[in-house]
Design a protein around this ligand. Sequence first.
Ligand SMILES: [Ca+2]
Ligand SMILES: [Ca+2]
Length: 178
Amino acid sequence: MDYLTKKWKMWYKSLDVNHDGKISLEDVEESRNKFTELHHLLGDKADSVRADMQKWWTTYILPASGGEVSEEQFLSRLSASYNKDKAAFKEEMQKCFDVMFDVIDTNKDRSIELSEFIFAFKAFGHENEELVTKAFKLFNAKDEMVPLRDIVSAWVQFVTDEDSSKRDYVREAFESGV
Ligand SMILES: [Ca+2]
Ligand SMILES: [Ca+2]
């Protein structure tokens, strides 16, 4: 459980887009604005991506009301859900990352390429391209692309797997300072 808690803390930190120590609607705003700007999305396309991102945040990260979640609240919600039913928790996290990477895969080829990976990290406030590029390489990209299902399962492992002896690319990425 300690290992998972440690990884959930990393996850929380990674979602604090404006680096003010807490997750709030400001992070939602900043991430979706950055994301649509980086991809030069305009008009209806931009609106629908902004709506999809907001829905992701408010479904999986932020509580139903208040528009803010502290690290403590975030950790206690995750651990309650995990301890109640591990299989259901894993299913929920699978959905969480399926939805997120569906948005990140802007060209809809069911793969994540380096530029999509970099833009996604930038949108979440992780600007260091060199470190993000190194992190991308952990996923053993073939032809410079990683299948959506592989990248999603790496994230699901990151937030649901207590076995610290298994290699965890997402943890390694965050530990590298991404
Ligand atoms: Ca914040
Ligand atoms: Ca893609």
